[in-house]
Design a protein around this ligand. Structure first.
Ligand SMILES: [Cu+2]
Length: 488
């Protein structure tokens, strides 16, 4: 179809006729008949579905025939971590947010058993968007704690579908994490790729503001107002960074099964440093190519595919960008392998550009600088919290491994400037730093803005930095930070 030239067609009527003809042709050869076949497709044998928690997905169906597929899903209400110091009671399908990934093929007869753990407090059910039938299974699956329900459905349409709890108040069940993805592969399976990952965005509403510590309850009014405290990938802040980051090697093709549980927000899904080679728009059959940002509706999904060509850290975001840098919708895909200067040159020339004087930007902080109980965390606790502060606040400039960017952001790894003077390092984080400094023999004359962190967070992040990447293993306490704060 690509090669048809419209130039010789002078009159509009002929063009219209051609378009009509093509549309008819397209709709005849498309998957309508296949869908019909799926209903009558014979099944051969029975298997139990292997369910996975994110970011893993079960193995591709390949060329297996349609079968009776047994799916056993258990609902668990359990406490989890939203971000450091913030706990939340999640309601889950299979113990994770998003819930277990279900992989089927068109024509499968799915026998679905939903069990509600006896320790749970509430009844739940499941509405699978892949189901053709009332409520997507919701009515047949409504189940009280300590009970289980079984129902069956035939997968008629290939695609990537959201499932979620649909028990009243529906919004609340979804807001607490009750959603996941079910993939219905076409006959013969999706084209093979090197890496497949499962990611879902979700928005959360807590009684306390973003970062407020302790066990946070769900806030109905904020949910109604669509005023999210957290917008996250895979159920929590840093669900996909640091040790949870996705990985790939240069040259590999990555497929992300990307869903959005909502309950409210749509996602402008973007990967910083990549272009989607292919997007299965809205998780259906239509493929768009060369896409920068794709919209994932609440209760919708997409499959995105891209080949990774150069090493580095790609950053997954909701490009409604305050959500990424201030509410948690930020993940990482670490690509290892050889540089390719034909694709990306690295910096070829650099200088400092400060039209407005010294304020580059104010970086996000994990918490507003609130006064807190002057209680010291243990070394292990500081290392833990420090890592998370580093990954949210410092890494963007000083880089994931503290290596910095030559000439612009000084290194924190094996850094002589840092190791020489602890008080000076505390001051830098508390008050910012500008003017010329020399780190490991290289001159820097740039600006670091003041970081709005609590004393505990400053102590933790510096302890983390000092105890990593070949540094001097010093410990920084909140008391030390407090005395530096009061000194100025
Ligand atoms: Cu529920």
């Amino acid at each position: 179809m690509k090669n048809i030239s419209f130039k010789p067609l002078k009159d509009i009527k002929r063009a219209t006729l051609l378009v009509l003809f093509l549309v008819t042709l397209a709709s005849c050869s498309d998957d309508k008949p296949k869908t019909k076949n799926a209903k009558d497709m014979l099944i051969t044998g029975q298997i139990t579905a292997d369910l996975t928690s994110p970011p893993k997905v079960p193995v591709p169906i390949g060329d297996r025939k349609a079968k009776k597929l047994i799916v056993n899903m258990e609902i668990l209400e359990q406490e989890g971590t939203m971000t450091d110091g913030v706990k939340y009671i999640y309601w889950t399908f299979g113990g994770s947010v998003p819930g277990s990934f279900i992989r089927t093929r068109v024509g499968d007869e799915v026998e679905f058993t939903l069990s509600n753990h006896p320790d749970n407090k509430l009844p739940h059910n499941i509405d699978l968007h892949a189901v053709t039938g009332p409520g997507g299974g919701a009515e047949s699956s409504f189940v009280a704690p300590g009970h289980e329900k079984t129902f069956s459905f035939k997968t008629l349409n290939p695609g990537l579908y959201v499932y979620h709890c649909a028990t009243a108040p529906v919004g609340m069940h979804i807001a607490n994490g009750m959603y996941g993805l079910i993939l219905v592969e076409p006959e013969g399976g999706l084209p093979p790729v090197d890496k497949e990952y499962y990611v879902m965005q979700g928005d959360f509403y807590t009684k306390g503001a973003n970062g407020e510590r302790g066990l946070q309850a769900f806030d109905m009014q904020k949910a109604v107002n669509e005023d999210a405290d957290y917008v996250v990938f895979n159920g929590k802040v840093n669900g996909l960074t640091g040790d949870n980051a996705l990985t790939a090697n240069v040259g590999e093709t990555v497929r992300i099964f990307m869903g959005n549980g909502g309950p409210n927000l749509v996602s402008s899904f973007h990967v910083i440093g990549e272009i989607f080679d292919r997007v299965f728009v809205e998780g259906g059959t239509l493929v768009n190519k060369n896409v920068q940002t794709t919209l994932i509706p609440a209760g919708g999904a997409a499959m995105v595919e891209f080949q990774v060509d150069v090493p580095g850290t790609l950053v997954l975001v909701d490009h409604s960008i305050f959500r990424a840098f201030n509410k948690g919708a930020l993940g990482m895909l670490k690509v290892s392998g050889e540089e390719d200067e034909k694709v990306y040159s690295g910096t070829q020339m650099e200088g400092i550009y400060l039209p407005e004087g010294s304020g580059i930007q104010t970086m996000p902080s994990t918490a507003t600088a609130k006064e807190e109980a002057p209680q010291e965390l243990s070394l292990a606790e500081r290392l833990n919290l420090g890592k998370s502060v580093y990954q949210q606040t410092c890494f963007a400039c000083h880089q994931p491994e503290g290596q910095g960017i030559p000439g612009i952001f000084p290194p924190l790894a094996k850094a002589d400037y840092l190791n020489a003077d602890v008080d000076r390092a505390i001051d830098v984080v508390l008050h910012g730093k500008s003017g010329e400094i020399t780190v490991n023999g290289t001159k820097y004359n740039s600006v670091m803005t003041k970081q709005t962190l609590t004393d505990t967070e400053v102590a933790s992040v510096l302890t983390f930095v000092y105890n990593n990447w070949g540094n001097s293993k010093k410990e920084v306490t909140s008391a030390m930070v407090k005395s530096r704060r009061n000194a100025k």
